[in-house]
Each structure stands twice: as C-alpha cells, then as structure tokens.
Design a binder for this molecule. Structure first.
Ligand code: SF4
Length: 385
C-alpha cells in the first residue's frame, strides 16, 4: 500500500493546490476535461475540485465503460439470456444499467434469465468449461484496458476447443471518442463547452501508450497530461495543464510515468489486433453513432462471436426522456443540472447509466456529496499528514 499512501498525502495535496493557485493567471479561466470515470471518481471522493482555484473548471468526459453502453446493446444481452437461454456472464456494474422496456440485466435475471456476475473474462471461460452442455456468452464492455483480456479469452477458447463460449463484444476506443468530442458542434461551433486540455487516461495508456494522444496536441492544439487515478496524480496533471496553457504549449505529457510509456504494451496491442478489427460505426450513449470507435471480432474467430452465432441485429433505443446522461457524457451539462438527480434517480434506483457505476459522473457526485454546494459539505478524504 506504499504507493496509495504516498499519492493521497494531504500535506502534499495542499502544497500542490497552492502551487496551482500561484500559477493561474488573473482574469483567465481554464477548462479541462478529465476523460476517465476513474478521475471523476477520484476528484469527487477526495475533494480535489474544492482544492482547485475557482477559475479552473473540470468537465467530466465519457470515459466510463458502463455509462457509454447504449440501451440497445444491453437489450441484446437480455435477448440472449431470455430467448436463447444462454448463460450470460458480465461485470457487476453492467447488471444494473437500465435497459429497454423497464428491464435491466438484473431484472431479466429475476425473470428467469441465467445471468451471472463475473470479475473477468477468465471467469466467463471457466463457466464455459464447467457447463459443457450450455452456451456461455461473455458480454464484454470497456475501453482499451479490458480489451486484451477478452482477446486472450477468445484465443484460449479456440485453443481448448470450447465451442460453447462466445463473446458479445462492446469494446470501445478512447482516441475516437476524444476526436468526436473535439469535432462536436458544442466544442467547435457553439463554444458551449470551452476545452483547454485533457487529463488523459492512465490505465488505457498503459496499453496503447501516450503516442495516440499526440494527434490531439498537434492537430487540435489541446494539451494532454496522462495521469494516474490518485488525487495527487490528478492535481499534478492540472498543474501541468495550467502551465502548458499559460505558456501557449500543446503537448502530451506523461504524469503517470510509473506505468505508461510512449509505445504502450506492444504484446497486448498485437493480441488485440489479432482477434479484433475496427467496427465501421458504433452507438455510444451520449455521443450517438461514432465512426470507427469500437471493435468487432474478426471473421477468423467467428465461432466465438455471439453476434454472428445468434444472428443478432442492433436496434437503437432512446434513453429515459428526462435523463441528461447524454449531455453529461459530452461535457455539456453537470449531474446537478438533471431534474431527476438525487430525487428520482439514485444509485439504488438508477434512471440512467451515469448513476450506476462508481465511475459515472452522477454516482460520483451523489456518493460524495459534491452537489450539496449550499451545505458546503466537503468530503475531503485526503489523508492528513
Ligand atoms: S441523475 Fe440519473 S437521470 Fe439524471 S442524468 Fe444522471 S443518470 Fe441520468
């Protein structure tokens, strides 16, 4: 636990906060998007936002895997469990995401669907080994961090001849989502989402490296600082972003050098490209259809592709009318702008995906009281020295 203690040190946090306050320029405002739900969670949990100067505004991005999964994809999982009678295996958070027709995977389980929570793709493989007479489908979600383990599971299934194992692939790509945000009308034309830079994802970057973010610095003149998920990581990243903006620089800097390199994990990248290929288009909750933003299983592994095996056809389903998840995931609104926030919609009764996972902006704000400005209720959990 040595690292966790070091990166949550209260005295160092206050020192960093003072340094940032000294560096922000009078009369200038700074708008930074933290792409990852992990950063959103860390900022809410440790009160990082309260330590930053008022002129530094953090905007939540779409980097929460559960939040961006559209209803129609969960409906496909429900269809497999209830109609095809497969064992559907997926991560815990996915079970509670509201789906179509008032259902969720959890509710589908209550209706008799054999839906099981797993911690990893390896657990799903094990289910297939233990249930040779049943079809097992792994509903795979996530960004580049969780893609290599899914690829490995497919390769192992092939090697072991596990014909009863397949994957419903929903893996999505970070750089495509950032491009989509930078090209969105809100950022490009209307100026409703001013963006001066990004706190870049850490776990994703351990796989893909920092190189893919250089495009955003070069072409869009947006600085990116890749940061870890501890509060001091995020604060250091904000300091580096402020400095870049002040100096008129737009570069990729790597605060998370303890795990991220420029080229990333080449072995994992090779594994992913052996098993997966780009999808022409994929619907993201909040962002809509985003071209070349997700992966599908290559034809060479078709026997382990649930979409091919069961002839699944994707149908888009609109979100709950009052849910503002879409606008929140695009950085246009904040959780407290939603009428349902903390009234009808709570983590126990989520109306939208952003309230389900702890990485979701609504859940993070709800859980750590960031919305109760009037009460000045600050959950500053940063450890005191
Ligand atoms: S509070 Fe609930 S309904 Fe409102 S945007 Fe968040 S998840 Fe959607």
């Amino acid at each position: 636990m040595k690292y966790v203690d070091e990166f949550r040190d209260g005295e160092v946090a206050r020192g960093l906060a003072s340094a940032i306050a000294r560096e922000v320029q009078p009369g200038r405002r700074y708008h930074f998007m933290e792409f990852c739900g992990g950063h959103t969670h860390a900022m809410a949990r440790y009160g990082v936002t309260d330590l930053l100067p008022e002129t530094v505004r953090m905007i939540h991005g779409p980097g929460c895997p559960v939040c961006v999964l559209p209803i129609g994809r969960i409906d496909l999982g429900i269809q497999l469990a209830l109609e095809q009678k497969v064992i559907l295996a997926t991560y815990a958070d996915t079970l509670r995401v509201p789906a179509g027709g008032g259902l969720s995977l959890m509710k589908a389980k209550a209706r008799g669907g054999d839906i099981r929570m797993v911690y990893s793709s390896a657990d799903a493989l094990e289910l297939a080994r233990k249930n040779p007479g049943r079809q097992v489908v792994f509903l795979a979600i996530g960004f580049e961090t969780t893609t290599p383990p899914t690829a490995l599971a497919i390769k192992v299934a092939r090697a072991e001849g596990l014909a009863n194992f397949s994957v419903l692939c929903n893996h999505v790509l970070t750089p495509s989502a950032i491009t989509h945000i930078l090209e969105s009308p809100e950022v490009r034309k209307y100026g409703t989402v001013p963006l001066d830079g990004f706190v870049g994802p850490s776990h994703v970057s351990t796989v893909i490296g920092s190189r893919p973010f250089e495009h955003f610095a070069r072409e869009y003149r947006k600085p990116v600082v890749i940061a870890g998920f501890e509060p001091l990581d995020v604060m250091q990243a904000v300091r580096q972003l402020v400095r870049q903006v002040n100096e008129g620089r737009a570069e990729v800097e790597n605060e998370f050098s303890r795990a991220v390199t420029r080229d990333g994990n080449r072995k994992a990248q090779a594994l992913v490209s052996e098993v997966f290929e780009l999808r022409r288009s994929f619907e993201w909750r909040g962002l809509g259809e985003v071209p070349y933003s997700a992966l599908q299983i290559r034809a060479a592994f078709a026997e382990h592709d649930a979409e091919r095996r069961y002839g699944l056809t994707y149908k888009p389903v609109p979100d709950h009318k009052a849910c503002e998840c879409g606008a929140i995931l695009r950085g246009v609104k904040r959780p407290q702008d939603c009428k349902l926030f903390a009234t009808v919609c709570t983590p126990e009764n989520p109306m939208g995906s952003c309230m389900v996972s702890s990485e979701g902006a609504c859940a993070a704000h709800y859980s750590y009281g960031r919305f109760r400005d009037s009460e000045a209720k600050v959950h500053l959990a940063v450890q005191t020295a």
